[in-house]
Write a protein that binds this ligand. Structure first.
Ligand code: OSB
Ligand code: MG
Length: 379
């Protein structure tokens, strides 16, 4: 164990390993910006000489959800983030911020490294990551995000399957041409479920009448209806509809959250670890929302088990009071890279693990099997 004079373990960055994994989803996932079947996932492993911490970069295959891709993240990590951090010693993972100050944006790349440091710190201190983050929720409520389906009957049978599995909230993806009628039919089939829709920025304010009509279906929220840079337009839309707007793509920091809330652009915020830049930023966004009475929930990015485990841990913070898109490994992967795989109880909840760090063992054998590129950096 690495210790400083006070005896507290420190976080020493002796070696960093980057891997690009290629993994096939068990079902394709379609949103308003495209369809994904094969995932490329960058995994960051930080070693201090005796222990390892793991993080995941949640960037997509193309610049559609955000400007980042797994390849821009590889570039930013290998050319800027790792050179600034390798060989250094941190008192806590929170100090990572000061090493990368000056790197503008590329938060998913930053989060890949930052979250690995949190895992390493928690393992060094022999505490579960969720406790180190300050979490209190031993059990978290799970919802599912259902991609655009080939037909309404197929969507309805998929929803039925997820409800039978116990999931507590259903989110359906919408896009122009797959919206009002779909919501109407789903609501007709399931009058009582917690239901929401996610547009992934597919509309402009010109669609205000469409969103007004959605008010009749008692949606829990509408997620990111407008462009990510249109916070002001979201405020205008929120003034004209009753359904709460939830922002996803628009929120990159605690300051974004504060401004969006003050403007009246949303009543709920989806927090994603990669989008905001890591666990410290999650905490900051979470706290701003809590102080303004805005509930949050944890969004998903089709993560492998490593990112999934980090999402479970952060969902333990007290203001994560709505079901997140945090679900069982088997919904995405034939074989996940962690052990045990993430399981959701029949009541739609995941129970926090008491093992230290992210709480799951990483299957190095599977990482190796899925790896298409690897680079090791040593101090
Ligand atoms: O907008 O929440 C989103 C997946 C990729 C990109 C954006 C989003 C999503 C999801 C999937 O909704 C959530 C999941 O991982 O289950
Ligand atoms: Mg979303």
């Amino acid at each position: 164990m690495n210790t400083c004079l006070s005896g507290e373990p420190r976080v020493l960055i002796r070696q960093v390993e980057l891997r690009e994994l290629r993994m096939q989803l068990v079902h394709p996932f379609e949103t308003s910006f495209g369809k994904t079947q094969e995932r490329r996932i960058v995994i960051v492993k930080v070693s201090d000489g005796s222990r390892d911490g793991y993080g995941e970069v949640t960037a997509g295959e193309g610049p559609f959800y955000s400007h980042e891709t797994y390849q821009t993240a590889w570039h930013i990590l290998s050319d800027f983030i790792i050179p600034r951090t390798i060989g250094r010693e941190l008192e806590t993972a929170k100090d990572f911020q000061s090493f990368v100050r000056g790197i503008r944006g590329h938060r998913m790349a930053q989060a890949g490294m930052e979250t690995a440091l949190w895992d390493l710190e928690a393992r060094n201190k022999s505490v579960p990551l969720w406790k180190l983050l300050g979490g209190t929720r031993m059990e978290i409520d799970c919802g599912v995000s259902i991609g655009i389906q080939p037909s309404i009957p197929e969507l309805i049978s998929t929803i039925q399957k997820e409800i039978n599995a116990g999931y507590r909230r259903i989110k359906i993806k919408i896009k122009p041409g797959w919206d009002l009628e779909v919501i109407r039919e789903v609501r007709r089939s399931f009058p009582k479920i917690l239901l929401m829709a996610d547009a992934n920025s597919a509309y402009t304010l010109e669609a205000v009448d469409l969103f007004r009509k959605m008010d009749e279906f008692n949606l829990l929220m509408i997620e990111q209806p407008l462009h990510d840079e249109d916070t002001i337009d979201h405020a205008e839309l929120q003034r004209q509809i009753h359904t709460p707007i939830c922002l996803d793509e628009s929120i990159h920091s605690a300051d974004d959250a504060r401004k969006a809330i003050q403007m009246g652009a949303c009543r709920i915020i989806n927090i994603k670890l990669g989008r905001v830049g890591g666990h410290a930023a999650v905490r900051a966004v979470h706290d701003v929302c809590r102080d303004h009475g805005i509930p949050v929930w944890c969004g998903g990015m089709l993560e492998s088990g490593i990112g999934r485990a980090h999402n479970i841990a952060l969902s333990s913070l007290d203001n994560f009071s709505l079901p997140g898109d945090v679900t069982a490994s088997k919904r995405y992967w034939a074989e996940d890279v962690i052990e045990p795989e993430v399981e959701v109880r029949s009541d739609g909840r995941i129970v926090q693990r008491m093992d230290s760090g992210i709480g799951y063992r990483v299957r190095e054998d599977l990482l190796e099997q899925f790896t298409v590129r690897k680079q090791v950096f040593t101090a």
